[in-house]
Design a protein around this ligand. Structure first.
Ligand SMILES: [Zn+2]
Length: 369
């Protein structure tokens, strides 16, 4: 049995406790929390400088793109990024797998205990079978021509099965509103089953996406026309968030939301990836519009970030919002755990095994309570 105490304890399901104590078992299960450290014998206490909080949940990553670290130029916009990602196949398999392992180690080192991870391949499967971290795997579909919908969905079902037979949570998800046809989305929803409880989508990562749906013009429009895309992509969607109607009320984690308008907010979970947004589009969302109980944070991949650190993402959010530290830590941990249904994670509630992070030397983060 261990009794951990620090300047502040952030249980996240209750307000922060100054000089609080966290009692955990040897395997990390929360036994109790105490508001007053004086009721625990002093020789049993382990003292830390800083704050203690539950392990972080990285709500958006592409672990399989880890080998693209520093391969894609910054600040060139999403269209450039999407075409540059095609380089992914030009690498040795060993290098791809080693990069995945290294990236996972980096996440562990940065206090991450669970990940919402986008998968286009089974490249990450062997690493995930080691169960170093918990993953919710989103099998991504991308297809701008109706004629390919059947083939794409069949491949995705097969990949979902590969993850599921290893006991890994896995759900087919659309890439973005501009990159899936209505037919493909319909097939996706038809194949949603009882093991699926959340899907995810990249949305409003660039203003050009809004331009496509609202005005049927701009770079995305021309790019899609050039790719011989089916007009169903833009003809019946008058704004990006119209895609939610086609998702038929399924629980959805909307990722990026840089150009989201307040009136388009829904009851779904939202995820922000600030460092990747700065890397690709050099913009950030307006944090004041979100319900902070439904906001999560992700690192995105090493193709668009220089690290996989939730704390670094929080520092950017903190500088660009009015969120206090308790809210920031909920975004980093509790909300993502709830979105993914990871019941053992996210708070210091009795019986959970959430991981314990110590944040010290908080030069930029403010302690309010
Ligand atoms: Zn992404």
């Amino acid at each position: 049995m261990r009794f951990l105490t620090a300047d502040y304890l952030y249980p996240l399901h209750t307000p922060p406790l100054k000089k609080g104590v966290l009692q955990i078992s040897e395997k990390g299960e929360v036994i109790a929390i105490f508001a007053d450290r004086n009721i625990v014998p002093k020789d049993k206490l382990e003292f830390f400088e800083g704050v203690l909080c539950p392990g972080f949940v990285n709500a958006h990553c592409h672990l399989e793109l880890s080998h693209l670290f520093r391969e894609i130029d910054q600040g060139k916009g999403l269209l450039n990024f999407l075409s540059a990602v095609r380089k992914r196949d030009n690498f040795d398999r060993e290098y791809i797998l080693a990069s995945i392992e290294k990236a996972e180690q980096q996440m562990i080192k940065h206090g991450i205990v669970a990940v919402g991870d986008i998968c286009n391949t089974a490249d990450t499967l062997a690493q995930k079978q080691k169960r170093n971290l918990q993953y919710y795997n989103f099998i991504e579909v991308f297809g701008v021509q109706e004629a390919h919908a059947n083939q794409i969905i069949t491949k995705a079902i097969d990949l979902r099965e590969q993850f599921r037979i290893s006991g890994l949570k896995s759900t087919i998800s659309p890439h973005a509103p501009y990159s899936v046809t209505q037919k493909l989305l319909k097939k996706l929803i038809e194949n949603f089953d009882e093991e699926d409880h959340l899907l995810t989508i990249h949305i409003q990562e660039t203003s050009k996406e809004n331009e496509l749906f609202e005005n049927k013009t701009g770079d995305f429009f021309h790019w899609l026309r050039g790719a011989n895309a089916s007009p169903s992509i833009w003809e019946y969607r008058h704004k990006s968030t119209d895609i939610l109607k086609e998702l038929q009320g399924k629980n959805t984690l909307l990722v990026h939301n840089i150009f989201l308008q307040e009136e388009s907010l829904s009851d779904n979970y939202y995820c922000t990836c600030p460092k990747a947004n700065l890397y690709i589009e050099n913009s950030l969302p307006n944090y004041s519009i979100f319900n902070s109980d439904k906001l999560c944070v992700g690192t995105d991949s090493l193709a668009s970030n220089d690290s996989l650190s939730i704390l670094e993402e929080l520092e950017i959010i903190q500088k660009n919002s009015n969120f206090d530290l308790n809210t920031l830590l909920k975004i980093a941990s509790k909300n993502g755990a709830e979105a993914f249904g990871f019941k053992q994670l996210g708070t210091f509630e009795k019986g959970k095994i959430p991981g314990v992070n110590l944040i010290s030397g908080l030069s930029d983060l403010k302690i309010i309570a």
